[in-house]
Design a protein around this ligand. Structure first.
Ligand code: SF4
Length: 351
């Protein structure tokens, strides 16, 4: 298991835990915070991969970069109390020619810049520049430790695994204050892949693994475990995380009793209660999974006004209707997404 630097000592962890607990407590009571704690900016929708479970081709989006000048204007309209800015849309951020400038500007504005990458370009000079850029968190998308596995999702796994090891190794060597994570998707019959990713994270010193549920709205051929099986796989993954000192996040950790209470026992999705998405045109939308649901262009109205405005309040009230079959953040599956029970019948038992 990798040595972890001082920032993992109890003081900062306790403080972070308390901030999260207060924010969750407010949400349980149905209190919409003053401003979203995280804003995600779609700096590009271009990508160098074509993963089977990615909805980017189904969401009606254009494959474009956000111009740097628009990015600057967007950033200036985000309230001071919003801490985290995620520089990722439905594309690969390292393809944006101004990514480094965007990270630095986000830091200069007193915010925490984070992004998610497939990692294939994160090596050599660019890797070093990112390390020096002031980025707060880099999250990698990785679905399997099988270096031959190229059919499932994120292609070129061998190159990605090599780059992740090198990048995280440089953080550890230099004791750099950069947090790291892995996003991994859970497919039926692939519990071992998720567990392999958690072990890998523990070995090289990655801070967090987030296990994402597949979105079946556009690719019904993707296979999920049945709900019972999903719960059992996730419990196993959380145990493994504790063993390897890796924080594991999943539907299970998001929906303890408090979370279920807040979501009115599966009637609300927690997303629009502390988060907003801004697409490459500067349009504010309630969620990355609804990138064309334009609430308001940020050049016409400050983010704070949109956050407290009538359109978003209406969205929160009518969420179930407006989000359709999306159930990626719910505790339970939406029954209509189980295709006549065939999902259950075809899903292998978790190993
Ligand atoms: S239900 Fe899905 S689309 Fe709707 S806010 Fe939640 S994550 Fe987004």
């Amino acid at each position: 298991m990798a040595n972890r630097p001082n920032r993992h000592k109890w003081g900062p962890r306790m403080k972070r835990w308390m901030v999260q607990a207060i924010s969750r407590g407010k949400r349980w009571m149905g209190i919409v915070p003053e401003s979203p704690s995280q804003v995600q900016i779609e700096i590009t929708n271009r990508c160098n991969f074509d993963c089977v479970m990615c909805q980017r081709k189904d969401l009606g989006i254009n494959f474009q970069d956000m111009p740097f000048d628009l990015f600057r204007q967007v950033l200036d309209r985000i309230p001071a109390s919003t801490r985290t800015v995620c520089l990722t849309g439905w594309g690969e951020p390292t393809l944006h020619p101004d990514l480094l400038k965007m990270i630095q500007l986000t830091r200069d504005r007193g915010k925490l810049p984070i992004f998610t990458t497939n990692g294939v370009l994160l090596k050599g000079a660019l890797g070093q520049e990112i390390l020096d850029s002031g980025v707060h968190t880099v999250t990698f998308s990785l679905d399997s430790m099988d270096e031959e596995e190229g059919t499932l999702a994120h292609w070129e796994p061998a190159a990605v695994i090599r780059n992740v090891k090198e990048f995280v190794g440089r953080i550890r060597e230099g004791s750099l204050p950069i947090r790291t994570g892995i996003n991994t998707t859970l497919h039926a019959s692939r519990a071992d892949d998720v567990c392999g990713v958690i072990r890998f994270a523990g070995e090289i010193g990655i801070d967090q693994v987030s296990i994402l549920r597949l979105d079946l709205r556009f690719q019904p051929t993707l296979r999920r475990y049945s709900q019972e099986e999903e719960r059992s796989v996730l419990q196993r993954a959380h145990r493994l995380g504790r063993k390897h000192s890796v924080r594991v996040q999943s539907i299970l950790s998001e929906h303890g009793f408090g979370g279920r209470f807040f979501t009115l026992f599966n009637r609300n999705c927690p997303k629009p209660f502390d988060y907003l998405y801004i697409n490459w045109k500067g349009e504010v939308t309630p969620c990355c999974n609804l990138p064309t649901m334009n609430l308001q262009n940020i050049l016409e109205q400050d983010l704070q006004q949109v956050w407290k405005g009538a359109s978003l309040s209406r969205f929160r009230r009518k969420q179930r209707e407006l989000c359709g079959k999306c159930d990626v953040l719910y505790y339970r599956y939406h029954p209509e997404n189980l295709v006549n029970g065939t999902q259950d019948a075809l899903s292998p038992k978790p190993s």
